[in-house]
Design a protein around this ligand. Structure first.
Ligand code: UT7
Length: 348
């Protein structure tokens, strides 16, 4: 056991009462569609350039799902990958949770479809919809279910098929988004080995129009007119989101460290939501964490919203970059507006 680990009490009580259980991540997996869309491809659709996109966002390419592929199809592939890594079967999972803003249908929940298609019909399943913060909200929730003894294993999947709601007439947003899914099996361990150290979550819905899909809900059902005006697609004030994102990622990361009685020196990895390289770099600068301790894969996938952090985590596992005892800060933000960070101890 490393010194870093020894200096940390076995269980934190910031997010719940002390019980006999702790939570750990037993397996992660991901899936991205085969179709690669480069910046040059986008420059064929509207007036943009590889130079502008790389300089302003750090993105070089992203993946887009085929027309017949829905979010649940991506989830299933990512879930199977995570189950395989955890050496588990779909029936070993007690609850399926999907975080997404691009569900198969407005209802029923995509998680119900995923669990059934995996052969686990009958298991509890539901979606959470908190945009790009989906994994950041979902992980503490899954860990809390487990700590409380409600479930032994929770499958948390972040998925998006944002290409389906991108406005191809708006170069300011259409370049940003990609499709993909990342799946995580969170499972019971002993309280002494609990990996969930602390979290800080927040939201402010006073100006939902900063980042939203105006038509399609109860406030503005879809009409022929709204389709014509692209109000069934993503609308965003990029600069507004940018400003808030940097501050919230850095500030909540500081809070979770303080709550867990840790410092930036203890952090081995920051795994941020992959929305914009400039946002990530500004946030970690404000946090005082060197760039080499920050995982970035935005150049390959663009912004995959709720899927970006679990895809990143899965790629880190694949590359064997996480060691037992590593302190990870997951941090993100998105529509809502919403934001948050989670301090998590990696258990191999
Ligand atoms: O997951 C959470 C979701 N959202 C985000 O995280 C987004 C956060 N915001 C951002 O990442 C950035 O604000 C953007 C990348 C979206 C935009 O970058 P920016 O540096 O804030 O650019 P801007 O919107 O202020 O636009 C600057 C210029 C404008 O031209 P003028 O008015 O200065 O002549 C835009 O019309 O760049 C123009 N522009 C483009 N030019 C070429 C906007 N999009 C493009 C484009 N290609 N794709």
């Amino acid at each position: 056991m490393s010194n870093r680990r020894k200096s940390t009490p076995a269980i934190r009580i910031d997010n719940g009462s002390i019980g006999p259980y702790g939570a750990r991540i037993a397996g992660v997996g991901h899936y991205v569609p085969d179709r690669v869309v480069t910046n040059a491809d986008l420059a064929q659709i509207f007036k943009t350039s590889d130079e502008w996109i790389v300089t302003r966002t750090g993105m070089k390419e992203r993946r887009w799902a085929s027309p017949e592929m829905a979010s649940s199809d991506l989830c299933i592939r990512a879930a199977r990958h995570a189950l395989e890594r955890a050496n588990l079967k779909p029936g070993d999972i007690d609850c399926y949770v999907v975080a997404t803003v691009t569900p198969d249908y407005l209802f029923p929940a995509t998680a119900c479809i995923v669990a059934s298609k995996l052969g686990a019909a009958g298991k509890p399943a539901f979606d959470i919809e908190i945009a790009c913060s989906g994994f950041i909200y979902g992980l503490p929730m899954a860990a809390s279910f487990i700590r409380a003894g409600v479930f032994k294993r929770v499958m948390l999947i972040g998925v998006e098929t944002l290409s389906k709601i991108a406005n191809m007439e708006d170069r300011g947003t259409a370049i940003l988004f990609g499709d993909g899914a990342g799946a995580t099996v969170v499972e019971r361990t002993t309280a002494a080995n609990d990996c969930f150290l602390s979290c800080e979550l927040g939201a402010d819905g006073s100006e939902p129009e900063i980042l939203y899909q105006p038509a399609g809900g109860s406030r503005e059902p879809v009409t022929a007119e709204s389709i014509k005006l692209k109000r069934d697609k993503v609308h965003m004030s990029g600069r507004e989101v940018f400003k808030i994102a940097v501050a919230k990622m850095a500030d909540t990361a500081k809070t979770v460290l303080a709550r867990a009685h840790l410092t930036t020196q203890d952090v081995r990895w920051v795994i941020p939501h992959q929305a914009n390289l400039r946002i990530i770099e500004a946030a970690v600068k404000r946090l005082g964490i060197p760039r080499e301790r920050v995982f970035v894969n935005i150049e390959k996938y663009g912004n995959t919203s709720a899927a970006s952090i679990p895809i990143a985590l899965s790629e880190m596992v694949e590359a064997d970059r996480l060691k037992d005892g590593d302190l990870i800060i997951f941090t993100g933000f998105g529509g809502g507006l919403s934001w948050g960070s989670v301090a998590w101890r990696w258990s191999a």
